[in-house]
Design a protein around this ligand. Structure first.
Ligand SMILES: Nc1ncnc2c1ncn2[C@@H]1O[C@H](COP(=O)(O)OP(=O)(O)OP(=O)(O)O)[C@@H](O)[C@H]1O
Length: 248
């Protein structure tokens, strides 16, 4: 089931033959280029939710970093039709000796807000994180779940035109997981454009209008959620699926 929202056929972003290389080091002196993305082309329209699937290490996070403007393409072109894009990821590092409040300012600014915007939203962020007095304690005292709560609370209060979500579903304990999933679903059902990387097929089936399947840095499939997801899932377990299908 798709996200039930109007998708205007108005372009937000266009990628054409985009490639990204990282430099990998071998020992002290040897360096080699590694092409994490080799040839990626697709369009993103206003209001649509595009899912990104693919095995570990095929370039999904690289794609989101590229769209957020954190890295630039080494080849190809990204055309922006006047939208702001911001990456919501829990991998933004916190500074351990600073408090949750202070880290909220830093990571909010990293995600594209001005300091004033973060300060204006601080009460809402504190309330959303719901970690009590720990909000004003150094982050080094936090549990992993508390860090996830703080990271998510900041991320959810950023308000770009295009929201890039990197595996942010399903964080924290069950209460927070429900709350964060609900917030993400609300964002997705709004008229914003969303690109979501997830390894959870059920979630993608529920939320996305289209899917892009990335394999070894190239687009292996793009289009209808059901068919692209099915083809991808089949590709993960060809032998097993053939056997279990014939038994059922
Ligand atoms: N800073 C970096 N320097 C060198 N190589 C990198 C760097 N970041 C990522 N890579 C490599 O680029 C490839 C793509 O990484 P990326 O994180 O985009 O994959 P992914 O599809 O998001 O993986 P996962 O599903 O495991 O999160 C991987 O082989 C990874 O090792």
């Amino acid at each position: 089931m798709a996200a039930h929202k109007e998708t205007e056929k108005r372009l937000a972003l266009r990628l054409r033959n985009v490639a990204v290389a990282y430099e990998r080091r071998f020992g002290f002196f040897r360096r080699q280029k590694y092409w994490a993305l080799k040839d990626v082309s697709f369009d993103l329209y206003h209001g649509e939710t595009l899912g990104v699937i693919g095995r570990n290490g095929v370039g999904k996070s690289t794609l989101l970093r590229l769209l957020a403007g954190i890295i630039a393409p080494d080849k190809g072109e990204i055309k922006n039709y006047g939208v702001t894009a911001s990456l919501l990821t829990l991998q933004v590092g916190f500074v351990p000796h600073l408090t949750g409040r202070e880290n909220a300012v830093l990571s909010g600014m990293l995600l594209g807000m001005s300091k004033r915007e973060v300060l204006e939203r601080m009460d809402a962020i504190r309330e959303y994180a719901d970690i009590g007095e720990f909000f004003d304690h150094p982050v080094r005292e936090y549990s992993t779940g508390m860090r996830a709560r703080l990271g998510f609370a900041v991320a959810i209060h950023v308000n770009p035109d295009v929201i890039l979500l990197d595996e942010v579903l399903g964080v924290g304990d069950s209460i927070f997981r429900d709350k964060s999933t609900k917030s993400i679903k609300n964002l997705i059902r709004s008229q914003k454009s969303v690109i979501i990387v997830s390894h959870q097929p059920a979630m993608l089936r529920e939320l996305c209008d289209r899917i892009v399947w990335i394999e070894k840095g190239v687009v292996q499939g793009i289009g209808d959620v059901k068919s692209v997801l099915n083809t991808y899932l089949q590709s993960l377990k060809p032998a097993v699926t053939a056997t279990s299908d014939s038994q059922s």
